[in-house]
Design a protein around this ligand. Structure first.
Ligand SMILES: NC(=O)c1ccc[n+]([C@@H]2O[C@H](COP(=O)([O-])OP(=O)(O)OC[C@H]3O[C@@H](n4cnc5c(N)ncnc54)[C@H](O)[C@@H]3O)[C@@H](O)[C@H]2O)c1
Length: 294
């Protein structure tokens, strides 16, 4: 179908990731629909986007015209049919639960025209697990953005055995049109590349904390001041959302059966208490303002 056929993009899920992915798409010139199940979530996403875009304007990263045009291209709706009936590319960014995603893609398959490409922004669920809930496995792949999508340049494009070459190339070109850098992985692995590396670091950081070797602040300081990381693993977990990390680790554990991949007691405890990081105002650190993607 080629990149020229992509004019309208739909992002499903207006949380930490979806809201910014939609704005990145609108900034790149695509008419963009942002869908969520409640008006209140869409309102929250718009407020957060206004805050972020105002900061970008103040820092002269975008012009006033780009600001206005991007908001003019962005449409929010709770109506799934409206969100997809004229679209060319759907990027799903809802909660990291396989059954929820499969159910959503089944509905999307019925509502979206046949030419539409489906991508999932999942951090850990490979697209072959979703493809069978639709009649278009050749038009499905992973399109994995990093948090926050405004800032992070890399996007992992991951195909499965039945993704067509046309879909692959169109999606790779789409990432370039967003002004981002794609890496194309033709072999599926849960967590892909960057999050496999991150998972190894987080497991070790949590182990050091649970053993009482160092506090989470000290471990973050070591990562930043000794290894040159822009933020430590605990600050990163808070930014990503502890629930997302918990679900991803659980999936990797269930898939591999390897006990070392099991979510640690401390992550499980935070997950159960609802201390999910920045989005709830408390995770490993405490936050005074609750804004997704900050
Ligand atoms: N948080 C990160 O750092 C990060 C990074 C890369 C990828 N991801 C992936 O992105 C996806 C979303 O993560 P997030 O952190 O933005 O989550 P989030 O909890 O901030 O947002 C999820 C949103 O999806 C909405 N939603 C849930 N079910 C829905 C449905 N059936 N239809 C429409 N909307 C629905 C929720 O109302 C919520 O607004 C996950 O698959 C995650 O693995 C997350």
């Amino acid at each position: 179908m080629g990149i020229d056929a992509i004019r309208t993009v739909t992002v499903i899920g207006a949380g930490t990731m979806g809201s910014q992915i939609a704005m990145v798409s609108a900034l790149a010139g695509f008419k963009t629909y942002l869908h969520d199940i409640t008006d209140s979530q869409l309102q929250k996403a718009l407020e957060s986007l206004q805050f972020q875009m105002n900061r970008r304007l103040e820092k002269k990263r975008i012009t006033e015209t780009e600001y206005k045009m991007a908001f003019a291209r962005l449409h929010t709706t709770t109506d799934l049919t409206e969100a997809v009936h004229t679209t060319d590319l759907v990027i799903e960014s809802i909660v990291e639960k396989l059954e929820d995603k499969r159910e959503l893609f089944k509905s999307l398959d019925e509502l979206a025209p046949g030419h539409v490409i489906f991508a999932t922004n999942s951090s850990a669920i490979v697209s072959s697990k979703i493809a069978s809930s639709t009649k278009r496995p050749d038009r499905i792949c992973n399109l994995h953005f990093f948090n926050p999508p405004f800032k992070m340049d890399l996007v992992e494009v991951v195909t499965h055995d039945h993704t067509s070459e046309d879909t692959t190339q169109t999606v790779v070109e789409f990432v370039k049109q967003l002004g981002k850098t794609p890496i194309l992985l033709r072999k599926e692995i849960s967590g892909f590349v960057a999050n496999r590396l991150l998972g190894a670091m987080v497991r070790e950081a949590v182990h050091l904390l649970e053993e009482g070797i160092a506090t989470h602040e000290e471990i973050d300081l070591a990562a930043m001041e000794a290894l040159g990381h822009p933020m430590g693993p605990f600050a990163l977990l808070d930014m990503m959302g502890i629930d997302e990390n918990y679900y991803a680790q659980l999936l990797q554990y269930q898939e591999s059966g390897d006990p070392s991949m099991k979510p640690s007691a401390i992550l499980q405890e935070k997950f159960e208490r609802g201390e999910l990081g920045r989005k709830t105002g408390k995770g490993f650190y405490t936050y005074s303002s609750i804004r997704p993607g900050l």
